[in-house]
Design a protein around this ligand. Structure first.
Ligand code: ARG
Length: 286
């Protein structure tokens, strides 16, 4: 009868971070089990097994949690050829707001999927009949677009509804806590979408502070608002673009750009809906 002694050695290696995507072990716990067994000839045999499990507080959106049913009935997935590309928000029975950089050259490949927490599962899908991109969009600035769907969206249910828009010029004060949602990457380097909608709260960062932080990347303009923690760790990421950042039930921003995701001293940048309120009314009547 062999004696088996298991030593379970558990250590956190959230600081181990390789650039090799297939070998990525950040935010995981490595458990090494050392088995000491004794065979009939009195020799001690060591075997060791290592397993890797994700930390329960690992990165989600970046640093977020699972969104709950009914909390984001305005959230849709904007799709290119049926594949999730970006987020979008319902603002009326026919119109959604998204980012201009989410719009492909060929509008015919666009569709939207709403009323689901899982972008890959059936929800309510709509064809896109019209797209209006801001004509001053330059790759960063004026990153806003309107998408019209061909059938009326049946609004007013817990899973499917519009979100209100702030007044023209609304610009939330630094420190105001906003909520961003999306199916984007949970880790910039891992490049995998989240099956389930995720949510994270981030405070507004003073525009001048943000401009200084992002100086080496791009100018931060009055059309943008910034949100994040100075220590990083909570943010939107690739695949969240075009989706909502909200406050008090109003759509205050649209996920636009950032330096990687969740890095310290690099807030996420959003198109500021308050800047575009009149433009939205002019173009869509909403
Ligand atoms: N541009 C990205 C997208 O297409 C979103 C980037 C947001 N980045 C950030 N760090 N907040 O999905």
């Amino acid at each position: 009868m062999p004696i088996i002694l298991s030593i379970i050695h558990q250590f956190n290696c959230s600081t181990i971070n390789t650039n090799n995507k297939n070998n990525h072990v950040a935010n995981t716990t490595i458990i090494t089990i050392i088995n000491l067994s004794n065979n009939n000839n009195n020799n001690t045999i060591y075997t060791n097994t290592t397993t890797t499990v994700p930390n329960n507080k690992g990165p989600l959106i970046i640093g977020g949690t699972e969104a709950q049913a009914g909390d984001n009935p305005h959230q849709c997935s904007l799709r290119w050829d049926g594949q999730h590309k970006c987020g979008a928000s319902i603002i009326s029975a026919n119109w959604l707001l998204t980012a201009a950089h989410c719009i492909p050259g060929d509008h015919d490949i666009l569709s939207v999927r709403c009323a689901t927490l899982f972008y890959g599962e059936p929800g309510l899908d709509f064809k896109v009949s019209q797209v209006i991109e801001h004509d001053q969009f330059d790759g960063f600035d004026y990153d806003i677009a309107l998408v019209k769907v061909s059938d009326d969206i049946p609004l007013g249910t817990p899973d499917l509804d519009k979100i209100g828009l702030p007044d023209q010029d609304m610009d939330p004060d630094p420190g105001t806590v906003l909520t961003v949602t999306g199916w984007g990457y949970r880790d910039y380097k891992v490049e995998v979408l989240s099956d389930r909608l995720m949510t994270v709260d981030v405070p507004v960062v003073d525009r001048q502070v943000c401009a200084d932080d992002l100086l080496d990347i791009h100018e931060v303009t009055d059309r943008m608002l910034c949100a994040g923690y100075d220590e990083g760790g909570r943010d939107a990421c690739q695949g969240d673009s075009g989706g909502p950042i909200k406050h008090d039930g109003l759509l205050v921003g649209v996920v636009s750009w950032g330096k990687d995701c969740g890095l310290p001293h690099y807030p996420g940048v959003y198109a500021r809906v308050g800047y575009f309120r009149d433009w939205i009314r002019d173009k869509s009547g909403v």
